[in-house]
Each structure stands twice: as C-alpha cells, then as structure tokens.
Design a protein around this ligand. Structure first.
Ligand code: PTJ
Length: 266
C-alpha cells in the first residue's frame, strides 16, 4: 500500500477503497493502463446501482459460465491489466480446474505491459502464459485495436473465451468467428454485455472467485451441456436492468432519501 493511502479498517467503504488502491499500485507497476483506472470507475458506478452484491441473475450466469468452460474443447481466459491486478490468483486456479489456457490480450499493448502482466501471473503460479511478444502473431479480422493480436495456440483456436472487462468490438468479432464468449461486465448496457454469449453482470473481484468455486463443484457432474445451452443471455441481462430499476424505485420512496434531497436544495 502506498504511503499516501492508509485505509482505516472501519471505513464504511474500506473494501472498495482497497480495490482502488490495488489498481493504483498496479498502475504504478505498469500492469494497469491509465484508462483501466477510468474503466474501473465506470464499473463502480454500476456496482453501486446493483447493490455491490452478486445478484441471483449473476449467479445464474456464473453457473452457465462454469458449465460452458468445463465442457469446452479448447477454453481460453483472456487477461488484461485490470484482471491481472485484481484476480490473478483466481484466474490461475480457474485455468487449473477447467483446463483453460491463459492468454494476455491488451487494448493498450506494449512490450513492457505484457511483461509486467506476465510477471503478476507467474507470481500467482501460472505455468504457461500465451499471447506474449511474437506469440501473438495471428490477427482477428475486422478489429482496428491492438486487441486483434492473438496467439494461434490460444484465442485463435479456442471454442470458448472468457473475457473479463472487454470491449464490444472484439466480443462481436469473436462471436462472429463462432466462439462462445463469456464476459464479466458490471454494465449490462455495454456492447460487450449485449453481444456476449454469457454475460456475468458482477464485479470481477466477486465473480471470478465464485466462478472458481462453482467450477470446482460442477467438475465431473453430468448434464453440464444442458445447463450451458439453456442459458438465455438477453433474458438474464433484462433481470439485471430490472433489479437496478426496482432498487432505484424503492430507494426513491424512502423518506431518508427525500430529506437528503431537501438538504441538497438549501
Ligand atoms: O489492460 P488493457 O490495455 O486491455 O485495457 C483494459 C481497459 C479496461 C482499459 C479496456 O478494456 C477498456 O477500455 O475497457 P472499457 O471499454 O472501458 O470497458 C470496461 C468495462 O468493464 C466497462 O463496461 C465497466 O463497467 C466494466 N468494469 C470496470 N471495472 C469492472 C468492470 N466489470 C466488472 N468488474 C470490475 N471490477
């Protein structure tokens, strides 16, 4: 933790501040992109609206994601700066349980960032990391950004790709290539959330550890194919939006909130 930021343990938002601090530290280590800090702020806003808890609909998506990863022929987990900073250890565990490869894939790609992220993953005991340097020699068609660079042994050949904190363009391109895309995105309105095969509308700091536990429980169970094919992403996203709508309506009715508005006006 940096000297400037000592988080009091009894601070009402201590956990959220710790997550922020982790991102800032990892930005200073060259892992997180500047824009990654901004992206996290957007995520936090949606997390606030969702109640900062894993919702029932997110849990349904996590179960479908676990089943899809476990039944995949060639699953790959795509790792960017924010994911490495916040959940590197869980990503390595998930890869061990599901047999998924780990590939670094960056929007803001540079050799330095690749190496910094590789270091974080190796510190978390990853044995192999794809998509580094010349290994990212294949190109996903119709994408302008650095995200198009992928490893022929990894994302290019994958049938299922897990993409935490993704951009819409690549999700769309991967789906067009007939891959199943599992996204983790707190914004149910984002293009990524709307275009993915399965969208987990939850914070990665809660969703990935839970995905690890559920994949562990489901491993070796029957009828996993059925539970993954039954999942309806549009319906599930609708539930997340309804929940936000409902929470705001309920909160708006509370007297405390009304009195706060009055104070605001003075
Ligand atoms: O490390 P790089 O170079 O690959 O860059 C990563 C970022 C995140 C900068 C890049 O992918 C980007 O610009 O992403 P976007 O388009 O801003 O989308 C990020 C999405 O993730 C937004 O919809 C946020 O709401 C969401 N998000 C942010 N933090 C979290 C999150 N979702 C889940 N958990 C979070 N902690």
């Amino acid at each position: 933790m940096t000297d400037e930021m000592k988080i009091p343990p009894d601070h009402p938002r201590a956990e959220s501040l710790r997550v922020r601090e982790k991102l800032v530290e990892n930005h200073d280590r060259g892992v997180v992109a500047k824009a990654g800090l901004i992206a996290h702020g957007r995520g936090e806003a949606f997390d606030y609206l969702l109640g900062e808890k894993t919702t029932k609909s997110a849990l349904e998506a996590i179960k479908a994601a676990a089943a899809t990863l476990l039944t995949a022929k060639h699953p790959v987990i795509s790792v960017n700066g924010n994911t490495a900073a916040l959940v590197a250890g869980d990503i390595v565990e998930l890869s061990e349980i599901t047999g998924a490869e780990i590939e670094v894939n960056l929007f803001y790609r540079s050799g330095e960032r690749e190496r910094a992220i590789e270091r974080v993953l190796k510190e978390a005991r990853a044995t192999e990391v794809l998509g580094l340097g010349k290994d990212a020699s294949a190109r996903i068609p119709e994408i302008g950004s650095e995200r198009r660079r992928v490893d022929p042994k990894g994302i290019l050949a994958a049938d299922v790709v897990l993409v935490p904190l993704e951009d819409g363009d690549r999700t769309e391109a991967l789906v067009r290539m007939n891959k199943k895309v599992i996204a983790v995105d707190l914004n149910p309105l984002s293009r990524t959330a709307q275009l993915a095969t399965i969208t987990i509308v939850d914070n990665i700091v809660r969703a990935i550890p839970l995905l690890v536990r559920i994949a562990q429980d489901l491993r070796g169970k029957k009828q996993l194919n059925e539970s993954s094919s039954k999942f309806d992403n549009s319906r599930n996203l609708g539930k997340a939006m309804q929940l936000i709508n409902q929470r705001l309506s309920n909160l708006a009715k509370k007297e405390r909130y009304i009195s706060l508005l009055e104070v605001d006006r003075i």
